[in-house]
Design a protein around this ligand. Sequence first.
Ligand SMILES: [Zn+2]
Length: 300
Amino acid sequence: MNVAWRWILIAFIACHNKVHGYQQFYMESSETYLTYISGTLPLIIGAPHGGTLKPADIPDRRHNGSSFVRDMYTAEIASSVAGIVANHYQQRPHLIMCNVHRSKVDPNRAVDVGADSDSGRDIWKQYHDYIKSSIVTVTEAHTYGLLVDIHGQTHSHEKVELGYLLEQPDLALPENSLNHAIRTRSSIQSLVSRYPYISPVEFVAGKKSFGMFLSSFASDVNVMPSPAFSTVGYNESFYSGGYVTETYYAKANQPGVDVIQIEIPKHLRLVTENRDKFTFTLAQAIIHMLDHHYVNRLKL
Ligand SMILES: [Zn+2]
């Protein structure tokens, strides 16, 4: 049994007294095209690009300019993080994973780019239905929640990239202008609107940021944005957030979920020892984030 499924099993055992739906989405074949584990925590974990299945009855995507490369080990990282978080709180987060290879369907693109066939569109739609129903559940129970969308990249700077819909020029703005961008255009604008007396940049690159939590649990992991790397270098590639991030973040002063796209560099995914260590670090940072900004223990 690999590490990921061992954690899932631990999560199920730990939460046996709070049983919630475990759904898998089947098509014509017997293989599972999507995994959805519903939860009770104000946390949704998504992994849209970790799938390996290449069913012959789903035509390959051909959209010009699209990436068809799988984000290796992101499904394993997402499911392991879900297990660690469930073990910590004795309650589960929502976990949504696309098990079909990105060459067939891409849930982190608009549907007309992410799927080229009816069967591909069915999977795309079901993935997003799971996200939408998870957001409804989180909002009804907790008012606010966090959606982390887990990805992998191969950029040469080897930093973890956190996407808040802020581009490289945004992060280089003077503080007042950057704060305005965070309040009005970022995917955590609901979060910062709940703390009107705290400078919004604190939540992106300061002491209250996910980048701070992530780097504080592992000094050898570089994260941008974070206090150590508050801006993105002009020659550095950077993903600021894709379709999932753009689609599901709550607006300022509104209930719903904040969204962070997490892009994990190659060396933290492909080397087993690094991956196991980073998975634990990521889970601890998410727990810290939940404790600081989302979890009301009276409701757990
Ligand atoms: Zn990706």
